[in-house]
Design a binder for this molecule. Structure first.
Ligand SMILES: [Zn+2]
Ligand SMILES: [Zn+2]
Length: 350
């Protein structure tokens, strides 16, 4: 089968140049059922994520330790092709979206429903072969069956971008009250979903911040109560929100946004870090005086994904996907890096 694989890391801070081929599209053997709970999924679409760029840069290599070469792609949706002998939840032909982590189901974290803390899991696309290919091997615990008539192709990014934004919005909604403001920093693949989830889950107003005009346009279309150009405009955000935001969801986390976004908080506010790559430095006196809280948000649980699929089915959250052929993956990577993709890029193997 065809797969887009990483053979060698670039260096940290790498940006694709014209003619770069960070991933190699080549023929590899199809994955096989190895365990009783394995599921082979025929990929319909696989979302392209900034994490893929960070993987190529090598910042994940000492954490996930994959053997090179391997196939990237951790936002996967498609059709069940083959199942292990203990699989009962899906059958060949079912349309599915895959929770990104293949979890054990038995550890304490799994029992609590905290899938991302599973102590015995694997992460297709990070720790081993992912979905930038015709077929993917994962487990039955990752299967979320799609409702009748839902096409999996454009849904794929919900598998990671979607649930990550949804989980962050859920955390925000716990503290947001009517009349308050939540800032969405970066209206890209995650931010545009985060914005919609905030509107569904909380009564607060949303101020969207992005340097790109097409992203700001998307934010307006999605009903953001205020839109600001670029995270450096901290004072403008404070002015538009009457003194600052109760919650800032930073979907960028690098390139300066990690410093600006904290300054947009008002006293007692919560900073939720979703995008990454930079370093957050806050003087301790500022933390106590402003009594802010800094929280991380890591992907999302299986239930987050199934809840999000309900919202999608009801039309209350919509994903903007831009399709690319798998053969054009390096173009898609360059477009993502140059912020030319509106919403989320999706690779289609067929
Ligand atoms: Zn991702
Ligand atoms: Zn587990």
């Amino acid at each position: 089968m065809k797969a887009a694989r990483l053979h060698a890391y670039e260096s940290q801070g790498w940006h694709p140049k014209a003619g770069d081929h960070p991933l190699v599209t080549e023929d590899v053997p199809e994955p096989q059922v190895m365990g009783h709970h394995d599921v082979i999924v025929r990929i319909a679409g696989a979302g392209l994520c900034r994490t893929d760029l960070h993987i190529i840069e090598g910042i994940w290599k000492d954490i996930t330790r994959p053997a090179l070469p391997y196939t990237l792609g951790h936002e996967n949706a498609g059709y069940v092709e083959e199942v292990g002998d203990a699989v009962t939840v899906v059958r060949r032909g079912d349309a599915v979206i895959c929770h990104p982590l293949a979890t054990c189901g038995y550890c304490e974290a799994c029992r609590r429903g905290e899938d991302m803390y599973c102590s015995d899991s694997y992460f297709p696309g990070l720790t081993g072969d992912g979905g930038f290919a015709e077929y993917l091997r994962t487990s039955d615990r990752a299967m979320v069956k799609l409702a009748e008539g839902i096409d999996p192709i454009d849904l794929a990014p919900y598998a990671d971008a979607g649930i990550t934004a949804y989980r962050a919005a859920k955390k925000a909604a716990r503290v947001l009250r009517p009349g308050q403001w939540a800032a969405v920093i970066g209206v890209g693949g995650l931010g545009h979903i985060g914005l919609q989830c905030l509107h569904v889950l909380s009564p607060a107003n949303v101020i969207a911040v992005d340097a790109s005009e097409s992203a700001r346009e998307l934010a307006r279309t999605l009903g953001a109560e205020a839109v600001v150009e670029g995270s450096q405009n901290v004072e403008e955000v404070k002015e538009r929100t009457g003194g600052g935001c109760q919650v800032v969801l930073d979907f960028v986390g690098e390139l300066g946004a990690e410093a600006h976004s904290i300054q947009m908080l008002r006293q007692g506010g919560t900073h939720i870090v979703v995008g990454y790559g930079g370093t957050t430095r806050v003087p301790t006196i500022d933390i106590i005086f402003s009594e802010i809280a800094i929280a991380g948000s890591l992907v999302g649980s299986y239930t987050d994904l199934s809840e999000l699929m309900k919202l999608n089915q009801e039309g209350r959250v919509q994903l903007h996907a831009q399709r690319y052929r798998l053969d054009d993956i390096n173009q898609a990577i360059a477009d993502l890096d140059q912020r030319k993709i509106r919403g989320r890029g999706v690779l289609v193997p067929a």
